[in-house]
Design a protein around this ligand. Sequence first.
Ligand SMILES: Cc1cc2nc3c(=O)[nH]c(=O)nc-3n(C[C@H](O)[C@H](O)[C@H](O)COP(=O)(O)OP(=O)(O)OC[C@H]3O[C@@H](n4cnc5c(N)ncnc54)[C@H](O)[C@@H]3O)c2cc1C
Length: 483
Amino acid sequence: MTAAALAEAVGSTVAIELVESEAIGTVGVGEATIPPIRHFNTRLGIDERTFLKETQGSYKLGIEFVGWRTGSDSYFHPFGQFGAEFDQTPFYQFWLAEHLAGRVGRIDDYSMAWGAAKKGRFCHPSRDRANMASTFDYAYHFDATLYAAFLRRYAEERGAVRTEGRIGSAQLDPETGSVASARLEDGRTIEGDLFIDCSGFGGLLIEKALHTGYEDWSHWLPCNRAVAVPCEKTGPMLPYTRSTAREAGWQWRIPLQHRTGNGYVHCDAFISEEQATETLLSNLDGEPLADVRTLRFTTGRRRKFWHRNVVAIGLSAGFMEPLESTSLHLIQYGILRLLALLPDQDMDPFLAAEYNRLTAQEYERIRDFLVLHYVATERRDTELWRYCAQTEVPDTLTYKMEQFRRHGVLSAEDGELFRNPSWLAVYLGQGVVPRKAPAVTKLRSGVPSAERIEDVRRAIEAAANDMPMHEDFVARYAAAAQR
Ligand SMILES: Cc1cc2nc3c(=O)[nH]c(=O)nc-3n(C[C@H](O)[C@H](O)[C@H](O)COP(=O)(O)OP(=O)(O)OC[C@H]3O[C@@H](n4cnc5c(N)ncnc54)[C@H](O)[C@@H]3O)c2cc1C
C-alpha cells in the first residue's frame, strides 16, 4: 500500500525502492476493512470491479457482534447512519425518547445497512439523498495477500523498484543517528534519504535500529494471540463480518468469493493454544482449507511513529486487534498523513512531531472504541470477561460513556474515525443505555411521533427488498476467476 501510494503521488520525482523477502513473507491475514479504504483505492485510480475480481473480494455493510453483551445477544455495527434526519435533529435523539418510553424497537431496525445485511442483500448506495437507500456506506472483505500482490504490480508499473532480499542490519549516520543504509544479507547495500519501515511486528528499523520504544496497551486490551484458518464456503456470501464472543476472546468470520476467513483472537492467560484451535475448528462453516496458523502480538503502539528519518507504517507502528477492522485503515492513514507532511532533505523534526501527534491521537481514539466493547459487557461467565469487568477505563473513554449514560449525548470528536452512529451502535449493543433522553426531545416543537419513526423502519424494509442478493450482485458485477 505504501509503495503504491508513494509511486502514484511522487514516483516521477523520487526514487522508490521496495525491499521484501519472500522467505519471511507477510502476516497474511487482514481481510476486513472499513469504508475509508474506498477513498484510498479511488485516490490510486483503482477501479472497484477490477479490484474485487483481483482480490476475490466481497462487500461489507458492517459487523455483527454475537454474544458480546450477555453471551446470547447480538447487535450490528452498521456503516452509515441510523434513520433519517428530522428537521436537522439527529434521528437517534427522537428514537431514544420513544424507545425509553417503550414505543419503538431496537436501534438496529432503523439502520439501512442492517436492513440489507440481515437479508443478505447489497447494491451500491443511491445518490439521491431523499432516498432511504442513500443512508448507508460500505467497505470490502478481500484476500489481503492478493491485494498486496495487486498493489505491488501497481507500484512497479509506476516506477517503484522492487528488490527481493532479506535485510540483515542497518547502518546509522554517526553524526545524526539517522539510518544511512540497510544491508541485505547477501551483502548489497541500500542507501536512502527517508526509510519507511513496513517490516511487520519486529520493526526492523524503527525498533531494532533506532530503539524507539513501545507503549504496551495489554492492560486495556488483553488479547495477544490469534489462531486463523480459511474454510470452504458453504452458502451465499453474507455482506458483513461476524464477530462472535467466546470464552477467552472472539472469533471472526469473513466471507470472500472463494473461501471464508476465520480466526479466534484470544488471551493466552485464559486459554491454551490447543483449546483455542479446537474451539476455532469446531466453529467453522465448512472444511478447513489450510493448517491453522498462530499469530502473536502485543497490543500497543510505537512511542514515535516517525523517528529521525524512519517512518513506521503497518504492524511495525503498532497493533490493535482486528475487532473493528482498523489496521489497514491505519496504514492508509499513515501514508496519506506522510504525503501531507512529506519532508525535503533537511528532514525537519517539526514535521515528524506533527505526524506523531496526529497518529498517536488516531491510535488512542481507536483504542478507546475497542476498549468499550470489552468494558461495557455484562458477561462474567469466564476469566477473560471477569477480568474485563474490573479493567481500568481510559479517562477519555469514561468521559464519553458518562456523557451518553447521563444525557444520551454522543461525543465523537471532529475528525474521529468512528463517528457518532458507530458509538451509538456499540453503546446500545453492549447495554450502555442513557438514563433519560436528551431534553430537546421534550422541549422542542414538532417532535416526530412513534408512528413517524416507524415509517422510517418500513421505508428501510421496502428499500432492502428492492436490492439484489449480495451473492448475485457480486457474481454479475465482479466475479473473480475460480480457484
Ligand atoms: C490476527 C490478525 C488479524 C487481522 N485482521 C485484520 C483485518 O481484518 N483488517 C485489517 O485491516 N487488518 C487486519 N490485520 C492487520 C493486517 O494484517 C496488517 O495490518 C497488514 O497485513 C499489514 O501488515 P504489514 O505489512 O505491516 O506487515 P507484514 O504483513 O508482516 O509484512 C512485512 C513485510 O516486510 C518484509 N520484511 C520483514 N522483515 C524483513 C527483512 N528483514 N528483510 C526484508 N523484508 C522484510 C516481509 O517480507 C513483508 O513483506 C490483522 C492482523 C492480525 C495479526
